[in-house]
Design a protein around this ligand. Structure first.
Ligand code: EPZ
Length: 419
């Protein structure tokens, strides 16, 4: 990981080359949490070298789990794991720290941990997680930044999630596989990351029905065994480069993409933005003339257009041949990128959850600040579209989820460097 704190981006006239797509962040983090459900050694292949994975390792290590890494192979050994509280100084560094709550309850019937952190894109409450746990007979207390949860008898339950929260579905699944009796989760999230987690838990010996639907039926068992995992590619990183290709004349190969099933809406959006996408066996061939038609877009629950790619879409639409709109429906505070883009001469009006973007404006380089992961990446993409040099500061946010965006974009011929 690079220790410099800013990225300098020069304008890109064209993008051409091959980019290797890293392993998925949002798939591997819940799977790392799942390793706590059994005693033994797990090898995770294609594990991205990102900050969030490092912090998750530190959290596991607090509970005497051993972790070691060699390149993209992460080994987690839970043989000597034992219960410990998790400090806010670590849990507050990532959202997925809350996913340790389910496995801790399943394994030790107790958990004391600091509140989760994560990108500042909305209030991000955890009420759905906690309501589900209370239904499972867990006593939940919150004191300052610490959550204390106890259950002398973690009991399967029937619970209807009022919103298909990805994190809450994962957390409740992770507890339910080790609870007594049967759990039925209605209104569950159906994201690809949930399907991967279910398949992984099944490989550990868990009994789960309804995978891929919004009703998950889980029969608790105490016979879960460690199991290795080969991580999938990161659909959001792939989507970033796919959308980016719309704004600059491009001829790119996105390598390591075996299936685009989970990216259908993103591919359709890229096509609408003038990108030609051809699927080959192990890669996507992406070409464009860099002419972006204006349009109206909206984020939504999977399989709709992902909120995580909304900031990049906004940046790309700065090149459109007219006025476009983007409506954010998942997080209430995720259009904040408009303020930073204004420093690059972009014209974006925000009204509630909708952004109206004026295309064709001449963007000029400047200094902008990353304030969350996807917003930071979108600023780098915007830098490619500016005249002059753009400096994106506070890139620690980007490194939480992208292994090395400078390396990736240099592979596409762009002129970027750490400064
Ligand atoms: C996951 O976050 C992802 N993070 C997010 O990606 C992604 O944006 C999000 O799902 C939606 O797809 C990880 O997987 C680590 P949610 P999560 O619970 O689980 C509300 C990235 O950049 N809600 O589905 O935190 C919440 O406020 C990150 O990689 C409650 O009201 O998302 C939001 O409006 C950012 N109460 C909506 O649900 C709850 O208890 C969706 O949140 C939980 C959520």
């Amino acid at each position: 990981m690079n220790s410099l704190n800013a990225i300098s981006v020069k304008p890109a006239k064209e993008l051409k080359g091959e980019i290797e797509i890293q392993g998925s962040k949002n798939t591997v983090l819940p799977i790392m949490a799942a390793t706590l459900l059994s005693s033994g050694r797990t090898v995770i292949y294609n594990c991205p070298q990102i900050e969030d994975v490092q912090v998750m390792c530190q959290l596991l290590e607090c509970m005497h789990v051993k972790t070691s890494r060699s390149g993209h192979v992460l080994t987690i050994d839970t043989t000597e794991a034992s219960y410990e509280p998790l400090p806010f100084s670590l849990t507050g560094r990532l959202r997925s720290s809350i996913l340790l709550l389910g496995p801790m309850l399943a394994r030790w019937q107790q958990a004391e941990l600091g509140m989760p952190g994560g990108c500042a894109i909305g209030l991000r409450p955890i009420d759905i997680h906690l309501e589900g746990f209370m239904k499972m007979n867990v006593d939940v207390r919150l004191h300052h930044d610490m959550l204390t949860c106890n259950s002398y008898h973690l009991q399967g339950c029937e619970y209807h999630l009022r919103f298909p929260s990805v994190g809450a579905t994962e957390n409740l699944l992770l507890a339910a596989v080790g609870a007594k009796g049967r759990t039925i989760l209605r209104g569950a999230a159906k994201e690809p990351e949930i399907i991967e987690l279910c398949e992984y838990l099944r490989a550990m010996g868990a009994l789960i029905e309804g995978v891929g639907t919004d009703v998950l039926i889980i029969k608790g068992t105490d016979a879960l065994a460690s199991c290795d995992y080969d991580n999938v590619y990161d659909r959001i990183v792939a989507g970033t480069y796919l959308l980016m290709a719309a704004a600059v004349p491009s001829d790119l190969k996105l390598m390591g993409i075996e299936s685009i099933h989970y990216m259908k809406n993103v591919v359709d959006t890229a096509v609408k933005l003038g990108v030609s996408v051809v699927k080959h066996k192990h890669y996507l061939h992406v070409r464009s003339a860099g002419n972006v038609p204006a349009g109206s877009f909206e984020t939504g629950i999977y399989p709709e257009f992902p909120t995580d790619l909304q900031p990049v879409l906004l940046a790309v639409l700065l090149r459109a041949d007219g006025s476009s709109s983007v409506t954010e429906t998942i997080f209430e505070n995720r259009l904040g990128i408009a303020n930073e883009l204004a420093k690059l001469n972009a014209s974006i009006q925000i009204a509630g959850r909708q952004a109206v973007i004026q295309g064709r404006e001449k963007l000029s380089g400047g200094v902008v600040r990353a304030t969350d992961l996807r917003q930071g990446v979108a600023l780098v993409v915007a830098g490619l579209l500016c005249q002059g040099t753009t400096i994106v500061t506070d890139i620690g946010y980007i490194q939480r989820g992208y292994e090395d965006i400078v390396r990736d974009l240099r592979c596409a011929g762009a002129n970027l460097s750490y400064v």
